[in-house]
Design a protein around this ligand. Structure first.
Ligand code: NAD
Length: 482
């Protein structure tokens, strides 16, 4: 059982208000954690501590900050098994995925720690004699971060590591459904940081809204739904705070031709059903050429049926539960309405009972065929293990279907035709483009989306510097110069 208050000014403090609990999605009667929400006064204290902590932290040389961030990551890594267990217990995903998520979060964070000591400043030619021009970067200041429930270690770490490495203080509010892993990071990090550099606050939308609306915040980074992203965009605008939003997706793969359909479908299915499809980068639409349509349906059906559905803590499980009852109803509702609209279920499509975990929110890997582009299931983010298959005759149609949604997160094309590949790279309306490759991103590549999938600088990779630092043009004229 995890019991955490807020981590404010270097101390764990009890909150005020009603304690909230997290539960195991495979056994919802089992309480996993108890947390007390942060009070408005607690938030105020955190803001003041962040300002002081940031000044102290930013005064350290960047190489020393980077060294301490690496030491902090070593301490987190030493707790990998505890963290993976917390991810599975609160979020539900298979324990192997939780270990993988923890490892990936550390690899990304280590890249960020190194990235912060690379040259981000520049010496520029000057227009005047006796002058030297420079472009410098400084820490942005106090960062407010809000994270969702689907990647409880990866997403907090994706914000904590670059914020600290670039000399900022960060106040993070993890999802109220999965707060334990972020608290475990703070516990491990404590000894390496000045008080106030990393703080954790708790609560739902109300606490999140208060955090991102605070005028003392210099930058707001949010990962979550489009609806919440819109609210946060408006709140940050009031203070003209810098913003980075990573939102939902309605990602598609176009399968035009491939030398190895089995390998292609392994990647597509993995990208669609890991974390029970509750991934922003999940492939939820398969747009397939007529010639391959039936083979793709057969291959997806076989993979869906091969899943071992059960509690994530059981090492045999390959597909865990959905996070909660709301999410379960959301996914079931999407599939029911798709069938009413004329889609056909190839496999799955209804709730399933797991004997060893009879109360869990289990939904099987589901494949739908005859999905039309106008259907809700082809346009809205489902956030469950549901694959909608659409077919095409002309590649023009495939590209139109690919881009015919509001989102623009990630996309994939399987083809050996270089002209089609070039076209996909130019025309896919998405932040991330994969060719002959599923949508799982590398640890050091910019991560983000366009259109309704994101606003502002991408995270990870070299892009994070644009959000976590401010830019300054400096002109140094010799005292005797004109
Ligand atoms: P959500 O938007 O409901 O909640 C996310 C976080 O925002 C939670 O911590 C919540 O407490 C907080 N929140 C809610 N209202 C708020 C407000 N008014 N002001 C400030 N904070 C508020 O999202 P979710 O259901 O937790 O996560 C699922 C969504 O996240 C999906 O749409 C998914 O696609 C998206 N997501 C995107 C990415 C990405 O990188 N693009 C990654 C993971 C998840």
């Amino acid at each position: 059982m995890y019991t955490f208050g807020s981590f404010i000014n270097g101390e764990w403090q009890p909150g005020t208000g009603e304690v909230f609990e997290t539960v195991d999605p495979s056994a919802p009667g089992t309480c996993v954690g108890r947390y007390s929400p942060t009070s408005p006064a607690g938030l105020r204290t955190a803001m003041d501590a962040a300002r002081r902590g940031q000044a102290e932290w930013a005064a350290l040389p960047p190489a020393e900050r980077s060294r301490r961030v690496v030491a902090l990551l070593d301490a987190v890594e030493a707790r990998t098994e505890d963290i993976a267990r917390a991810v599975t217990l609160e979020q539900g995903k298979p324990i192997a995925e939780s270990r993988g998520e923890t490892g990936k979060s550390l690899r990304e964070a280590r890249f960020m720690a190194g990235e912060a000591v690379r040259g981000h400043s520049a010496v520029m030619p000057a227009q005047k004699p006796d002058c030297r021009n420079m472009v410098l970067r400084r820490p942005r200041g106090v960062i407010a971060a809000i994270t969702p429930w689907n990647f409880p270690i990866l997403t907090p770490m994706r914000k904590i590591a670059p914020a600290l490495a670039h000399g900022n203080a960060i106040i993070l509010k993890p999802s109220e459904l999965t707060p334990a892993p972020a608290c475990l990071i703070a516990e491990a990090a404590e000894e390496f940081l000045p008080a106030g550099a990393l703080q954790i606050v708790h609560g739902g939308g109300e606490v999140g809204a208060a955090l991102v609306s605070d005028a003392a915040v210099d930058g707001v980074t949010f990962t979550g739904s489009v609806e919440t992203g819109r609210r946060i965009y408006a709140a940050a605008a009031q203070n003209l705070a810098e913003l980075s939003l990573e939102l939902g997706g309605k990602n598609a793969v176009v399968i035009n031709d491939t030398d190895d359909l089995e390998r292609c479908l392994d990647q597509v299915f993995g990208a669609a059903c890991q974390c029970a499809g509750q991934r922003c980068t999940a492939i939820s639409r398969v747009i397939v050429a007529d010639a391959l349509h039936d083979a793709v349906i057969d291959g997806l059906r076989a993979r869906a049926k091969a899943q071992v559905v059960g509690a994530g803590i059981d090492p045999a499980t390959t597909l865990g539960p959905l996070i909660n009852h709301d999410q379960f109803q959301r996914v079931s509702g999407f599939v029911e309405r798709a069938v009413e609209a004329g889609a056909h279920v190839v496999t799955g499509g209804r709730a399933m009972q797991v004997d060893s975990a009879p109360d869990g929110f289990f939904y099987p890997a589901t494949v739908l065929r005859d999905v039309e582009p106008s259907m809700e299931i082809a346009r809205e983010e489902v956030f469950g293990p549901v694959i909608s298959v659409m077919r095409y005759t002309e590649f023009d149609t495939a590209m139109r279907l690919l881009n015919d949604v509001d989102f623009g997160l990630t996309s994939s094309l399987f083809s050996n035709d270089s002209a089609l590949i070039q076209r996909f790279l130019d025309e896919s309306q998405n932040g991330m483009l994969h060719v002959n490759h599923g949508t799982i991103p590398d640890d050091h590549m910019p991560f983000g989306g366009i259109r309704h999938s994101g606003v502002g600088a991408y995270s990870v990779g070299p892009s994070a510097v644009n959000f976590y630092t401010t830019e300054h043009s400096a002109y140094l004229q010799s005292p005797g110069g004109i």
